[in-house]
Design a protein around this ligand. Structure first.
Ligand code: COA
Length: 239
């Protein structure tokens, strides 16, 4: 069965359309992961007993790209967010992962709640273990987006390492280019916050709801506002 699923993934470049495909995919992942350090497909590999669970409405598109799951379970659209604990109201589009010449590294248990989108072109996205990413969050990557372990993202967060359009003073070369984003371990990113290109958010930091982070954030800082400014230092939060 694993062979057939592998071929399906390799030839069509997507998985998870329809309940049957979702079920078969999960079973194949279980079989493949039980074989140890071996891949479910040419472009999705599971290491150290890793598993994947993909909601049947989620969509994964891979073009010359790979997803590497290093242990734990990668849940894509199958777990509800904080505001949906009843299990009602799963958005019809669920999650979308779209990679082109890119890699997604999942380092342990990671949940993307329904409505998340990871869109990477020519880049590398890394998400650490025990990190929860709430619904509606968009991660856009052209170079590198690294999210640490034990992070909590509220709903509708945006992380992007690129502005999307080149710009600059008329008559000059555009001055903006992609710059990697790094969010350290144990960060809490509030609802509708944005973390923009080149930013390093220090370990254990809190980004308030609606903040637009354009500059580095020190470890254990609380930042808020547009653009985000330091509100308090040595702040601790609990999951
Ligand atoms: C980050 C947060 C928890 C901080 O709460 P807090 O510690 O009670 O903050 P305070 O009320 O003491 O505010 C401290 C200062 O920051 C400002 N501030 C707080 N939150 C702000 C925000 N989101 N945007 C702009 N400024 C903000 C306050 O106005 C205050 O400014 P002042 O000192 O000039 O009066 C809260 O602002 C927040 O964002 N809550 C929502 C988090 C979320 O998205 N949760 C979803 C569940 S995962």
């Amino acid at each position: 069965m694993a062979m057939r699923i592998r071929e399906l993934i390799a030839t069509r470049g997507w998985v998870g359309k329809g309940r049957l495909a979702s079920f078969l995919y999960y079973q194949a992942a279980r079989i493949a992961s039980s074989l140890g350090q071996w891949g479910i497909g040419r472009n999705i590999t599971l290491h150290n007993g890793a598993r994947v669970a993909i909601h049947h409405r989620s969509r994964i598109q891979l073009s010359n790209s790979r997803i590497i799951v290093q242990g734990g379970t990668f849940r894509v659209g199958v777990t509800q967010g904080y505001f949906d604990s009843t299990g009602q109201g799963i958005p019809p589009a669920s999650c979308q992962i779209s990679l082109e010449n890119a890699e997604l590294h999942i380092l342990g248990d990671v949940s993307l709640y329904p409505g998340c989108c990871i869109d990477a072109r020519n880049g590398k996205v890394t998400i650490g273990g025990n990190t929860l990413i709430n619904g509606g969050t968009h991660i856009m990557c052209k170079e590198s987006v690294s999210i640490g372990a034990n992070c909590h993202f509220a709903r509708e967060v945006v992380v992007r390492d690129d502005d999307g359009h080149p710009h600059g003073p008329a008559g000059t070369e555009p001055h903006n280019k992609p710059e990697g984003v790094e969010i350290g371990d144990g960060c809490w990113i509030g609802q509708r916050a944005m973390v923009l290109k080149g930013v390093h958010v220090g370990t254990g930091s809190i980004v308030a709801a609606g903040a637009v982070v354009t500059k580095d954030v020190a470890p254990h800082a609380l930042v808020a506002g547009v653009p985000a400014r330091l509100v308090r230092e040595n702040e601790i939060w609990r999951p």
